[in-house]
Design a protein. Structure first.
Length: 102
């Protein structure tokens, strides 16, 4: 043990009065039972605004998806350009940026 610990061990400890025990326990239970909740400064407006923005984004994405025409299939492209379907796949792999430009 260090000298500090020995000094603490040698000190006389006074006990608390027994009538304080119930008061201490009751106040500790009361304080533990009421959790402290932090409230947002804007009263929850930020979360409502964020959810609204997310919903607006999803609506915009769905609108763009529904308004975009479907790309033709490989068989249709092969017929249109007079090539085989395998060549369509090879061209799509070679030039992925030009897949929707036909």
């Amino acid at each position: 043990m260090s000298t500090f610990e020995e000094t603490l061990a040698d000190m006389k400890r006074e006990s608390l009065p027994p009538e304080w025990k119930d008061d201490l326990i009751d106040s500790a239970i009361a304080e533990a039972a009421v959790p402290e909740i932090s409230r947002p400064r804007f009263g929850g407006m930020v979360s409502k605004l964020a959810w609204g923005a997310i919903a607006a984004c999803w609506i915009a994405i769905a609108g763009m998806h529904l308004s975009t025409p479907a790309s033709p299939g490989t068989a249709e492209l092969a017929d249109r350009f007079g090539i085989e379907e395998e060549q369509v796949h090879l061209l799509a792999a070679r030039f992925p940026f030009a897949q929707n430009s036909y």
